[in-house]
Write a protein that binds this ligand. Sequence first.
Ligand code: NOJ
Ligand code: CA
Length: 681
Amino acid sequence: MLKPAFAHFSALCLSLLMGSAWAAPAAELSSPDGRLRLQIELDGEGHASYSVQRQGQLVISPSRLGFLLSDAPKLDRNFALTASSKRSFDERWEQPWGEQRFIRNHYNELQATLTETSGLKRSLELVLRAYDDGVALRYRFPDQPALKTISIGEELTEFNIASPGTAWWNTAFEWNREEYLYKRTPIKEVGLAQTPMTLRTNKGLHLSIHEAALVDYAGMNLARVEDRRFKAMLTPGSGGLPKVVRAAPFATPWRMITITETAAQLAESRLMLNLNEPNQLGDVSWFKPMKYVGIWWEMHQNLSTWGSGDKHGATTANALKHIDFAAKHGFGGVLIEGWNQGWDGDWVANGDKFSFTQPYPDFDLERITAYAKSKGVQLIGHHETSAHAANYESQLDEALDLYARLGVGAVKTGYVNDAAQARVPGTDGVVRFGWHEGQDMVRHHLKVVRAAAQRHIAVNPHEPVKDTGLRRTYPNWISREGARGQEYNAWGNPGNPPEHEANLVFTRLLSSPMDFTPGIFGMKTQQPAGVATTWAKQLALYVVIYSPIQMAADLLANYEANPGPFQFIKDVPTDWSETRVLNGEVGDYVTIARKGRNSEDWFLGAITDEQARTLTIKLDFLTPGQRYRAHIYRDGAKANYTTAREDIVIEQREVRPGTSLQLRLAPGGGQAIRFEHLGAR
Ligand code: NOJ
Ligand code: CA
């Protein structure tokens, strides 16, 4: 039992005795398996901090907690622990769609109240959770006379990494938002990083620092202050307003640290989803995970245009052609970009010109959607906003009503514009310039998702706010971009290097689905390096990168010309009942096996960076006593991401559960396998 007065007194004594700022724990909490231990400490000046141990070894050294407020004294000292309680929780919940069907949510929780012993005597509540694969904490601001409205200038949460090691990170506050190549540096050389940030300590532990349930708050970035000590740096408010303004009571997003032995376990953790609230939408069976084709790569390859004119891509004839192709090959959707008025001229700068209801005259929206319906295909709508969220919000209801009437069940939105160039209404209705992850944009995204859910429409934003697991609460928030996707291979300078996807799996993808748009066979593009992977790797990406909607991104002609490898794209599901990460090292390679949600088939994807590798995997995920035919799509003997990308071998053979398989991956290569279930032995 906790004795707050004593805890405070002993903290003071200890720090006086030892001449140190840190003292005995005021409260502590262990994970269900006892491996992780989380402690709250108070120093002699009443500064609160937390620390984390794993099997008795410090993982996070004492790290301070608190807030700078923009209209009141800061909240970070003279604290005493005035109340605390604990509880345990264990449930198994079901995802309506996902990378795995059932998820266990098992944790111990500590709620603690910190109260200022002098001055305004304000209280701040902490909720801490210890899971077997990580820890999390959030703040709660109770309603109290001295803090009715909270205007946050900065959050003072720290992450003080106990051991040296390596970090994989993406720069924060750069003009191109999340679309950079991940950097790999010693932890002590990280600058200003976005989350999730991935670390591997010299002791071999893998850590991911991120946040969960980012709702009505500013996104969190990480600034390295000194050595291995990081501090939260919230995304600024729009128009110079405080970073966060909220009325009490409210809770912040969770600050979470996933802690696992291997990189593979990091990718198998569902900590972020567990920290989110359960589904608030009820039955979402109206959203069907699917693969889609689209009028898209042709624009990125400069073969047609979004804007009107001779080269306009979104014509009625082109749309009907894509619908026919989708119907013939079993694709659920067709994405069509550039269908609506507003693309002519500098569309990035002219976000206010977009109409979300008026098609170009050569695009017969009614006819196209009726035709799609008759063929059992859905149109995937497209709303590029150029980050003019205010223009979009002013048309949101009409635009979504139109799609609902036409049977468009999913919409890809887009927020192309430089960082801090979003134009977004505040709660006062005034439109200001804002960052893509500022509080106003965080609100905007949820507004769109909720409005779409009311009409049974799913949402897939590009240039989005980062993913923090809100798909659990709003399962119509199906995917997003939020990293360099395939499009960089069309025109990037440079394109994506071979290690890119092996980085993504252990960084960006820890935060959930990505609309990466795999499946390119036409490897020559507008940029000199072209698509720097082998064909087999393009196929493997359908398994390795999880998303409930996956594009077959290439030109239809390239699929028609290559029915062999195209067969894998046709066969691979986008909804899974199980996921196993069989091996992997951050930025080097990874192998993932997944079981389809609607069949007994398993699928496997393995990818490597620029190095050739042979990986041995055990087929222990296949059900014993059952027969499987492996449809193997592997790199040929000469395959290489620079000289022989198309060298692929497609073969079939029966495999036995429990036996081993050698996967030979070429430089920049991969391997994709469908394990077709044939029945009992
Ligand atoms: C950037 C998106 O990532 C891309 O997919 C889209 O085609 C363009 N914006 C235009 O909306
Ligand atoms: Ca983009």
